[in-house]
Design a protein around this ligand. Sequence first.
Ligand code: NAP
Length: 523
Amino acid sequence: MNGTNFIGKTPSAKGSTTFHATNPATGEQLQPAYHEATLDEVANAAQKAAEAFQVYRKKSAVEKAQFLEAIADEIMALGDKLGQRYCAESGLAEARFQGERARTVFQLRFYAQHIREGFWLDARIDPPLPDRQPLPRPDLRSMHQAIGPVGVFGASNFPLAYSVAGGDTATALAAGCTVLVKAHPAHPGTCELVASAILKAAEKTGMPDGVFGMVHGTSTAVGMGIVQHPAIKAVGFTGSFRGGKALFDAAAQRPEPIPVYAEMGSTNPVFILPGALRQNGSDIAKGLAASVTLGVGQFCTSPGLTIIEKSGEGSSFLNVLSQNIGAAAPGTMLTEGIHHAYLQGLAAMSQQPGVKELAKGQSAKAANQGEAHLLGVNATNFLANKKLEEEVFGPSTLAIQTGSKEELLKVAKSLGGHLTASVFGSPADLEEYRDLIDLLAQKAGRLIINGYPTGVEVSHAMVHGGPFPATTDSRTTSVGTAAITRFSRPVCYQNFPQSLLPDELKDDNPLNIWRLWDGSWTK
Ligand code: NAP
C-alpha cells in the first residue's frame, strides 16, 4: 500500500495534507499515510472518467459482465491481506469480514449475470403504423443507456459491501458508467486494496484507463469537488443524513443539476401488535434485543423505534427487552468519531421531554466501545417532538408506548420516510391492523411481517430505499438488480435504419434479450 489517489490507473500524491487510519479497538495509528487529493487531482480524475466513458459505454454487456466478474475474482485473490486490513481499520471481526466479502463478490457476479440477460435495459419496440389515420405512427424504439461518469461515496459501516466495489460501484459499472470513488477516510487501506483489485481487473479485461478512479480525503472539499465537477453526471452515496443532504443540495445547485441517490440513516420502526404481544411477546423481545445490538447497532436497518400498546403484555414485553438489552455486551464501534456521536446522540435524546432510560447494557471495558441502551417515551411526547425520530447510530432503541389503536395509528401517520417498517402480529392482528400496514406502505421502502429489519438480501425484488429523509430519491433502491437503472437514462430512436440501431433494438434480436415488442414481452 502506498497511500496515493488513483487518477484512472495512475497513482498520484500531490497534496501535502496526509492522514492515517486508526484501529478503533487499540488506538494504534496504521501505516501508510494517505494523501488527501488536491482539487486538481479530483478534476483530473473526473476528466479521465469522462474520457474513458466514451470507450466503456460502447463495451458489450458480455464485456462489462466479464469486468465485474474479474473484479470479484481479484477481490478474492487479495486473500488474508484484505481481511487483516479490514479488521484493523474497522474493529469488525474476521467472521463479519468473511460475510461481507462474500456478499460483495456475490453482488458483482449477480449483477454481471443480470446485464447479460438484458432485461434491465427495458428495450421497447413500437413498430411503425404507416396506414394509421389521421396520421401514421413512426418506428419508435427505446432502451436505457449509461448516464455518464458516476461519483460514489461509501459508508464507514460496510468497508466492502457499501464501499469502493460495493453496490453503487457495481451497479454503475453494470449500467456502463465509469466510476470515481471518494474513499472513506475510516478505512483507506481497505479502499486502496479493493481499488488495486478493480484496476487489475480492468487491465485484464481490456477496459479503458479511467473506467475507475479513486481519491482520498478527510475534508468535505474532496467530496464536493467530485459532485461539482461538470464531467460527473450522477452520484451514489451511502452514509449519514447530514452528508447525503449536503451533497444532494450541492448537486441541485450546479449549473447542470444531476441526480444524487443518497441512502441515508433511518430508524426503522417496529410495531408489535396486541395479539403478538400476548402470544409470543417474550420471544419477540429477545429477537428485538439481538437485532438492536447486532453489529453494535451500526446498521442503517437497525430498529431504532419500537412501538407497543400500553398494557400488561406491553409491560412484560418491556421487562424482557430490558433484561436482554441489560445483558448485552459492549462492542467496539467503527471509529472514535462514531462512538462520540453515539454518546452525544444518546445524551441529547435522554434530555428530551418525557424520555426515560429503561435499561443499559454491560459497561464498556475499552475505548470506543458502545453500550446498549433502551429508552422509553409515551406516544404524546413522541408525537410532539420530531427529534425523537432521528437516527442515533449505535445499539439503542426508543420504546414508544401508545394508549390505544388510534394513538398507535397517529404515531404511524406522523412518521417520515424510513428504509424499513416491521409489524409483528397474529393473523387476527394483521386483519385488524390493515390500516396500519397501508399507512406504513407510504412511509418505507420495505415492509416486514413478523421479522426484524436487519439483513438486506441482494436479489431482484429487494428495495433498499424509501421516502425522504431515508433517501433523496424514493423512486428506486440501492440494493438489488433494480439499482442498475439509477445510473441510466432512456433514449428513443425514431425511424432508424437497422444498421444504425444498437444491437439491443434490431429486428432480429441478435443478443436474444427480452423486449417489449408492440406491447408484449418477447425474445
Ligand atoms: P458519513 O459521515 O456521511 O460519510 C460518508 C462519506 O461521505 C464519507 O466519505 C464522507 O467523507 C463523505 N461526506 C460526508 N459529509 C460530506 C459533506 N458534507 N461533503 C462532502 N463529503 C461528505 O457517513 P458514515 O458515518 O460513514 O456512515 C454511517 C451512516 O451511514 C449512518 O447514518 C448509517 O445509517 C448510514 N448508512 C446508510 C445505509 C443505507 O443504505 N441507507 C447503509 C449504510 C450506512 P468525510 O468523512 O471526509 O466527510
